[in-house]
Design a protein. Structure first.
Ligand SMILES: Cc1cc2nc3c(=O)[nH]c(=O)nc-3n(C[C@H](O)[C@H](O)[C@H](O)COP(=O)(O)O)c2cc1C
Length: 189
């Protein structure tokens, strides 16, 4: 099992990153291998809307530090997508990366054709954290779940609410939920 771990939060000790780490640390004990992509430390541009990926290439034509990340998605078994919610969407670092996944969409796919360039059978672990109540952030969770399903992922989400930017010390339940999900997915193979 290979896991691609995409860390959206700029906060190294933020809750979304800690939840991702709890998932990864447990998965590794079952033999998983991991590649981390801490977006805030990477140099990349957002999608330019050039459609080069759908006209003159089979992949994103930009060449930067997101290029190997997009390639790694092709072979990953599990992809962890983690981000804080900023102003009703994912934080900018994550959103700029996610827009680059436009290049993984098959253009003009018919109803009976796959709409994604990613091979099927992958699981996405979607980790989103926010201050607002879960009900207030339902729309962003549903939207990203829908996008990931379009890419062919089976989506498992871990959503944490009521979290301030100050260090959150009472997040053990969320860390345990992340570890439990890793155990479930790794045992399922
Ligand atoms: C610029 C900014 C905008 C934010 N907007 C929202 C928001 O719209 N909804 C929400 O629930 N929380 C919002 N928050 C709070 C963060 O999502 C929350 O503190 C989150 O747990 C931080 O995640 P992290 O610890 O993984 O970095 C915002 C925080 C910042 C800095």
């Amino acid at each position: 099992m290979h896991i691609v771990n995409i860390l959206g939060s700029p906060r190294k000790s933020g809750t979304s990153g800690r939840m991702a780490r709890a998932f990864i640390e447990t998965a590794v004990t079952y033999g998983a291998t991991v590649t981390d992509y801490p977006l805030n430390t990477m140099q990349y541009r957002g999608c330019q809307g050039c459609e080069g990926c759908h006209t003159r290439s089979e992949c994103c034509v930009l060449r930067d530090e997101v290029t190997p990340l997009l390639a790694a998605l092709l072979t990953a078994d599990i992809v962890v997508f983690s981000a804080p919610i900023y102003f009703g969407d994912t934080c900018g670092q994550f959103k700029s990366f996610f827009d680059r996944m436009w290049s993984l969409i098959v253009p003009d796919a018919g109803d009976d054709e796959p709409g994604s360039r990613l091979p099927p059978g992958k699981t996405a672990v979607l980790i989103l954290t926010g201050f607002d109540a879960a009900s207030a952030n339902g729309a962003v969770v549903d939207r990203y779940t829908g996008h990931l399903e379009h890419f062919g992922f089976e989506v498992r989400s871990l959503i944490a609410s009521g979290l301030r930017l100050q260090p959150n010390t009472d997040v053990d339940d969320h860390l345990q939920a992340a570890a439990a999900l890793a155990r479930e997915l790794m045992r399922a193979g």
